[in-house]
Design a protein around this ligand. Structure first.
Ligand code: GLN
Length: 491
């Protein structure tokens, strides 16, 4: 398949060259998605009519915004007015939000062409995209494998060239881990940097929306568009947003990169460890200073997350009762039975597991032993980072201990699945910005990603470091979409 989305800038050139009405381009792009998606299933479904209408609206505009006609894929837990928003769950069957998420308004104001319906794990619970009620998305590098999760559709669609860029959400790694497994860039901003208004909540104190892109320059541009204070989100930070694109092309001589010993452990696949070590050497050659650091509470992060996350999720998911939204069980005798059967019939196994875990951890008698304790551990994890950032500017780790695993390999073993996020969860617990960037392939030809984490609201350091790495390597140029046939060469 032709690579028309290698960068936002090159796509803008391509659009200009086409000299075609936007409606025609939009239908070409939707056909292209449909043909590749027979193999990938990155989208739960695409609404061609809605896309054509959005293209017509753009065409009618007198001015052209910064992202004019740029196809941006939207994870199916971000509300677009009147568009089917399912969270990949049966319980939200037929739900069409009556309002737009703030990020959606911002993208529309920049004249992006929104392509909604990207597949995900149900309610973002998962690391493989297999808990989707609509079936799994496949990894474009090897369609027998998972793309990562929960934003699996967001990562697979960008990696395969179905869309130019996408939005995902990240509660414990859901942007970074799939970006790593699909060989693209994924950025989780600082908690509070991007409005969560209109993001269907999983764990409100951890969730953040962020971009998935083919390169750092596109990521910086997307961050500029979607970031900023929003009075509709009470946790949104009232701070100026830096011009992220001004931090591209910077020198990183003297940049202090922290290497935490707790992240280079025996469970990492050799192929991952090797690539990340080579990447560290690249940074060294570019003049960065490597600093050995310790984040001693790292080993408690997964346990802490699997109390805090499910506790918040169990409360957030209480609203799905068969009355307000979506699915309602037929034939119940009374109201209570209707609540119970609707939830029982329409939540998948992982969603039920999280609700049970969370309800248990919050219940009287266990609250102090589990939830309160987890909050204390969370404070310790945040304090570790504060201490570490006294000696370094940015922290480098692998994003995921493994490359993409086979579909079905871990789905019946939740504990092993939960360990997929061992390196990404701490940044959520501490509210820090963190990104995954491609750093090569393992011996099976599967992408490896490295993670960069920075102090709160210092996304610019990550952009500076990541772009320096990207300028001096070719990993981001690998294009998974080259493996797919374009059945539609009419353009
Ligand atoms: N995989 C993690 C989980 O299952 C993280 C998910 C996420 O970030 N949404 O909870």
């Amino acid at each position: 398949m032709k690579d028309i989305f290698s960068s936002i800038a090159s796509y803008a050139e391509w659009v200009k060259d086409q000299k075609k009405p936007l409606g025609e381009l939009a239908s070409y792009l939707s056909d292209r998605i449909e043909s590749v998606d027979k193999e990938l299933h990155a989208f739960i479904g695409i609404d061609k009519k809605a896309i054509t209408k959005r293209a017509a609206d753009l065409e009618a505009k007198k001015t052209k915004g910064r992202l004019w006609a740029l196809p941006v894929g939207i994870k199916n837990n971000i509300c677009i007015k009147d568009a089917l928003t399912t969270c990949a769950s049966h319980i939200l069957d037929g739900f069409r939000p009556p309002y737009n998420a703030t990020v959606v308004e911002k993208l529309q104001a920049a004249d992006a062409l929104l392509l909604d319906g990207l597949n995900m794990d149900e309610f973002a619970f998962g690391s493989s995209c297999e808990t989707s009620y609509y079936g799994p998305t496949r990894n474009p590098w090897d369609t027998t494998r998972i793309p990562g999760g929960s934003s699996g559709g967001s990562a697979a669609s960008v990696a395969s060239g179905e869309v130019a860029v996408s939005l995902g959400s990240d509660t414990g790694g859901s942007i970074r881990q799939p970006a790593s497994l699909c060989g693209v860039v994924g950025f989780k901003p600082t908690y509070g940097r991007v409005s969560r208004y209109g993001l269907i909540a999983f764990a409100s104190s951890l969730d953040q929306i962020g971009p998935i892109t083919r390169n750092i320059a596109d990521c910086a541009a997307m961050l500029e568009v979607i970031s900023g204070y929003d009075p509709k989100d009470s946790t949104s930070a009232n701070l100026d947003v830096p011009k992220y694109t001004e931090y591209l092309d910077r020198d990183i001589k003297g940049l202090r990169i922290g290497i935490p010993k707790e992240y280079f452990i025996s469970g990492i696949e050799p192929g991952v460890g090797k690539r990340v070590k080579e990447a560290i050497d690249v940074f060294k050659k570019l003049g960065a200073e490597l600093v050995d650091i310790s984040l001693p509470h790292t080993r408690f992060a997964v346990s802490c997350y699997y109390i805090v996350g499910p506790a918040e999720a169990s409360s957030n998911l209480a609203r799905y009762d068969g009355v307000h939204y979506g699915y309602r069980s037929a034939g119940a005798k009374d109201l209570i039975e209707m609540y119970i059967s609707s939830r029982n019939e329409a939540f998948g196994a992982e969603a039920k597991r999280r609700i049970l875990l969370g309800t248990y951890a919050l219940s009287s008698g266990y609250y102090d032993a589990y939830y309160l304790k987890a909050l204390k551990v969370r404070t310790k994890i945040a304090a570790d980072f504060k201490e570490a950032f006294k000696n370094c500017d940015v922290i480098l780790t692998p994003t995921s201990p493994t490359t993409a695993f086979k579909i079905g390999e871990k789905i019946n073993d939740p504990l092993t699945m939960y360990l997929s996020d061992v390196f990404t969860i701490p940044a959520n617990l501490a509210g820090l910005p963190a990104a995954s960037i491609p750093c090569g392939k393992d011996e099976k030809g599967l992408p490896v990603g490295l993670q960069l984490m920075a102090p709160a609201f210092e996304e610019t350091v990550i952009i500076k470091a990541a772009h320096a790495f990207e300028r001096n390597t070719d990993f981001h140029k690998d294009f998974a979409g080259a493996r797919f046939k374009d059945n539609n060469e009419k353009i």
